[in-house]
Design a protein around this ligand. Structure first.
Ligand code: CP
Ligand code: NVA
Length: 307
């Protein structure tokens, strides 16, 4: 049966570890595997802007011997005249996989239900699972074994990155803490799913409105923009509500001395993170950005093997 990657828990703990191992192997030998030789085409569709996702999928598909077809929704029928299901039926006749950055998670589900080629979520309003594969690869490189590590997210708790941290990190057996203001809480359904996953992996989930309690003794500190794509109209009210949740040097002092800082980028220095932190010695953001390439190549190779 075709496997899709629409949310982080579409991979079991063992499968997630397998993909991360493959990513590390592919990073060490960048052009060693070419499952898309032919070349086969991978459609990469964008309803929203992107730098990292666009470039890493384009370069990654080429590295795998394939041909990336980057589609901007505005210049396609998708989102206007044509449903995700019909688009999927057309694309599956010509491409090996479909990668889609969109708004509603339900669109991805509809697309996946309508096709026999793998569908990959390249960011939705609810999740950013490809980013989390890159983040976990980065954390592994800097900290070793993932299970048992504590990751603290501080900022917009209703963010797609938070939902992905909750699911992906508990899948890896990590402890996840989220520090957020009351108005921006994570989805209760996702928190419940993460707690259920954690029961099986030895991880845990802690939610708090106190940023220092979130970060205390953490191995990894992360944040994300306060103004996600599609929420630009809410900028002023969000900045006010989130102003006590900036990752500053003072906040980082509560984490372990060897804690690393991650941010999926793009970043708004001075809002969610102080420049001294994101540009400081504990920041691993450039490794994290590079790892999008390696993690997604591994994911595509893994999914295609099962398609
Ligand atoms: N982190 C991330 O997904 O970046 P882009 O929006 O540039 O793709
Ligand atoms: N939460 C951000 C992530 C960007 C990669 C957004 O959705 O805009």
């Amino acid at each position: 049966m075709t496997r899709h990657f629409l949310r982080d828990d579409d991979l079991s703990p063992a499968e997630q570890a397998e993909v991360l191992d493959l990513a590390a192997a592919m990073k060490a030998d960048r052009w060693g595997r070419r499952p898309l030789e032919g070349p086969q085409t991978v459609a990469v569709i964008f309803d929203k802007s992107s730098t990292r996702t666009r470039v890493s999928f384009a370069v990654g598909v080429a590295d795998l011997g394939g041909s990336p077809l980057i589609i901007s929704t505005a210049s396609s029928q998708l989102g206007g005249k044509e449903t995700p299901a019909d688009t999927a039926r057309v694309l599956e006749r010509m491409v090996a996989a479909i990668v889609w950055r969109t708004y509603a998670q339900s669109g991805l589900e509809e697309m996946a239900a309508g096709t026999r080629v793998p569908v990959v979520n390249a960011l939705s309003d609810d999740f950013h699972p490809c980013q989390l594969l890159a983040d976990l690869l980065t954390i592994r490189e800097h900290k070793g074994e993932l299970a048992g590590l504590t990751v603290a997210f501080v900022g917009d708790g209703a963010d797609n990155m938070v939902h992905s941290y909750l699911l992906a990190c508990t899948t890896a057996g990590m402890h996840v803490r989220v520090g957020f203001p009351e108005a921006y809480a994570p989805s209760e359904a996702v928190v419940a799913d993460a707690r259920r996953i954690a029961e099986g992996t030895g991880g845990s989930v802690v939610l708090t409105h106190d940023p220092e309690a979130a970060v205390a003794g953490a191995d990894v500190v992360v944040t994300d923009t306060w103004v996600s794509m599609g929420r630009e109209d809410e900028k002023a009210v969000r900045i006010e509500a989130l102003s006590g949740y900036q990752v500053t040097e003072a906040l980082m002092a509560a984490a372990k001395d060897d804690a690393v800082f991650l941010h999926c980028l793009p970043a708004d220095r001075g809002y969610e993170v102080a420049p001294e932190v994101i540009d400081g010695p504990r920041s691993v953001i450039w490794d994290e950005a590079e790892n999008r390439l390696h993690a997604q190549k591994a994911l595509l190779a893994w999914l295609l093997e099962r398609a």
